[in-house]
Design a protein around this ligand. Sequence first.
Ligand code: DAH
Length: 332
Amino acid sequence: MSTSPIQNQLTELQQEAVQAITTTDNLDNLEQFRIKYLGKKGQLSQILRGMGKLSPEERPQVGALANEVKEAIQGKLDNQKAALEKTQIETQIKAETLDVTMPGVSRPLGKVHPLNGVVDRVLDIFVGLGYTVATGPQVESDYYNFEALNTPADHPARDMQDTFYLPGGNLLRTHTSSVQIRYMENNEPPIRIIAPGRVYRRDTVDATHSAVFNQLELLAVDKGLKFTDLKGTIKEFLQRMFGDELPVQFRTSYFPFTEPSAEVDVQWKGKWLEVMGCGMVDPNVLKAVGYDPEVYSGFAAGFGVERFAMVLHQIDDIRRLYNSDLRFLTQF
Ligand code: DAH
């Protein structure tokens, strides 16, 4: 039996469609092909419209062939769709792969500056001993910096603390001792304070001097405080700061605002190093803030933050603490 033109058309359609489908690598094109070949107005439907002209004997054969063609094309479409979807997912997975062996993005963390490190430790120790942190202004009046601290204008001790004067007579404070007066004026005993802050001197800058530096001031006022309370407190503090077995020695000294006065040395790396001044608060200082020296007594101490940092970290030049050189700072 010879093949009718419609049967040829069907076989050709199948060949063309299969070829087109298997060579496409795009899911959208695949859908276009489905519409083009198998859609309602697609090529298969168009061919089958010619079935009306066929003889009744031809019809079932052509019908069967049409079904085969349709299934073959549909099968190809399904396979190709599955294959394309699979590659699509694989490419996506590949692109999203996390390579845990890649070096991370590092964001360098800052550190506490050695000066702040000393202040933090000192405050921690004194807060642990029941002290309160107090502060005062850096621009001071002559009264708070000298006068009330038993250092009148003609006092020779002023020579050691020359500073920067402002128009109008105020000055940049030479020590944190001024905070003692300000705090006592506004509070009643018992008093326990530790006061950190920046101070100024008209000093020429060299390896051990700076015109701007930092101090910590200690003050305790209560009934019955004695020199032994001062010694015990200072010793406890220094040992917590530098280590348990640290040898500490007190030497007599002079400060206008304390009587008696002492200087404290610690033995560090085989040498005696002077680390602070201290003493029993002078009765004149207590009187200046309206406390009765017959009722209250107190002790005070003052020391340099830079000096502590230099001793603790064996720093040879004070200027290293100020010039922000990371090669230096990252060591702490
Ligand atoms: N104010 C002194 C200075 O800057 C340090 C000092 C010494 C403070 C003895 C005190 C003290 O409170 O009792 O040199």
